[in-house]
Design a protein around this ligand. Structure first.
Ligand code: CS2
Length: 496
């Protein structure tokens, strides 16, 4: 039996000969950033940029303390306690090259469900200058179609009544900000890193809606003191699989219980709008701009929507990964035509970016054969993603008279697999979505009422009342049900 070295601070010296490890003194770093939602993406993106900053320059004021607010975060909490918050990032290139590196920028981790007071204290400490978030599109607690804050959520009701017992991000942020105000401490920046158009503006609107209900003086203070920069974040980060753990054992004799894998590409464009200072991230390639909106829209409507187009149609056809979709020439043509004919016409011009090369690069990134990004990940929580990524484009094309059929077929396929829960080969499809039962209930009525699925106003607003959309959708959804052959419909839509 081989001798494996468990990943932790104590073993760093021994590991040094085998794999790249942090060369900076982690014990000299204090928490400046409290990050909520330490999933794979945060670890491949923001934590990686911060790691580069510690490696190449110095940023001792800007360590990250990770926070999990939900019971589901217990696994990462337990692993991080053992591993001193160290983890390996495995970067997989399209040509098969792999670079692995131990990342040290997260210096601590707390679990809100166990110790809410510790989390509030971390956020309240004078050294904490930024609270950053990757809480997913669904975590912002707004109605996907109206964008209004959802006060019906039981956890929100609870924390509005008992500010000392926060449960969601809103309870924590407002309580910490209240304590900072009462102690005359400067406010922190709230930095959203989720895939939502105008993510900072949305975070601001939601925090203020919540705070206003709880304490309107506090809401005024927050409105004046807290900055919420908008940002565009990008790095494809598939779900970690057992083979990634094995890879580290086999190649480095390193035992890491939760490494992260990702593509080589990385991008972060953010507005330079901070309440209380920021790390010098421009030194490691982060772009600071005055208005991030055109970048965000381009990324969400091409990359994220492109993922959903491939993922949902691919799931129905039986492709398991995004790169498998890209090995299928029909999927490649469909993706490009969707980007060219439906997504691009409603984008704003992005200075300095050539849209054609951007789309070419997306095709290359999606095709990376080593990333093996599962369609299950891409399709997960589509009820929170599609309104922003895809349905928004349909809305704009309906206004301008633009083409909508390629995006509409994705909605029809989304409905069909919620009804049947199997792909075209009869294999079951795994659906991960907080709204799964609602979506299934509506999908199951399609054979009686072809518009049943799009009549769900929570996701589609009043779209079912739009004649052009309703006709296009009902034709396509009926074809999907009749043929059970998504590729023949895709092909038909591409034929001039
Ligand atoms: C994906 C994103 O969640 C999704 O559906 O499109 O996670 C995507 O991989 C990242 O936004 C890439 O930056």
């Amino acid at each position: 039996m081989e001798n494996y070295t468990p990943l932790n601070q104590f073993n760093i010296k021994d590991l040094e000969e085998k794999i790249k490890v942090p060369t900076y003194d982690r014990s000299a770093i204090k928490t400046g950033i409290v990050h909520v939602g330490v999933g794979g993406f945060h670890r491949a993106h923001q934590a990686y940029y911060m790691h580069r900053l510690h490696e190449q320059f110095s940023a001792t004021d800007w360590g990250i303390c990770g926070i999990g607010l939900r019971e589901g975060d217990r696994k990462i909490y337990n692993i991080f306690k053992k591993q001193n918050s160290l983890y390996t990032l495995i970067i997989k290139h399209p040509n098969g090259e792999i670079n692995s590196e131990v990342i040290g920028s997260i210096i601590d981790f707390e679990l809100g469900v166990d110790t809410p007071e510790t989390v509030i204290n971390k956020m309240t400490k004078v050294d904490t200058k930024i609270i950053s978030l990757t809480i997913t599109e669904g975590g912002y607690n707004f109605n996907p179609s109206t964008g209004e804050f959802n006060f019906e959520n039981n956890d929100i009701k609870h924390e509005l009544k008992y500010p000392n017992e926060p449960k969601t991000i809103y309870g924590y942020l407002t309580e910490a900000l209240r304590r900072r105000r009462d102690k005359n401490l400067p406010a922190f920046t709230i930095m959203s890193c989720d895939n939502i158009e105008h993510n900072g503006d949305v975070a601001r609107r939601m925090v203020l809606a919540f705070a206003e209900r709880q304490d309107s003086d506090l809401a005024k203070w927050i409105a004046k003191e807290v900055c919420f920069p908008n940002s565009m974040v990008d790095r494809i980060t598939p779900v970690t699989t057992p083979s990634d753990l094995e890879y580290l054992l086999d190649n480095y004799a390193l035992q890491d219980e939760w490494p992260v894998t990702c593509e080589p590409f990385i991008q972060w464009v953010i507005e330079d709008n901070f309440s209380n200072g920021r790390p010098d991230l421009e030194k490691v390639g982060v772009q600071f701009v005055s208005d991030v909106k055109p970048y965000e829209k381009m990324k969400l409507r091409l990359l994220n929507a492109g993922h959903s187009v491939l993922g949902i149609l691919g799931a129905l056809h039986g492709h398991l990964t995004i790169n498998a979709c890209m090995e299928d020439p029909l999927f490649v043509s469909y993706l490009r035509e969707f980007m060219d004919a439906e997504a691009s016409p409603v984008l704003d011009e992005v200075k300095g970016i050539n849209l054609e090369s951007y789309k070419d690069s997306l095709e290359e990134r999606f095709a990376n054969p080593n990333i093996k990004d599962s369609v299950t990940r891409i399709c997960s929580e589509s009820s929170a993603k599609l309104p922003k990524f895809l349905i928004a484009t349909i809305h704009e094309n309906l206004e301008t008279g633009g083409n909508i059929s390629l995006a509409t077929l994705v909605i029809a396929a989304w409905c069909y697999y919620h009804d049947k829960i199997i792909d075209e080969n009869g294999k079951s499809i795994e659906i991960i979505d907080a709204q799964k039962s609602t979506l299934q209930k509506a999908a199951k009525q399609t054979e009686q009422d072809p518009l049943a699925f799009i009549k769900q106003e929570l996701f589609f607003g009043k779209l079912a009342e739009n004649e052009r959309f309703a006709n296009t959708y009902s034709n396509l959804v009926m074809k999907v049900y009749e043929t059970n052959n998504i590729k023949s419909i895709m092909e038909h839509l591409l034929t001039p």
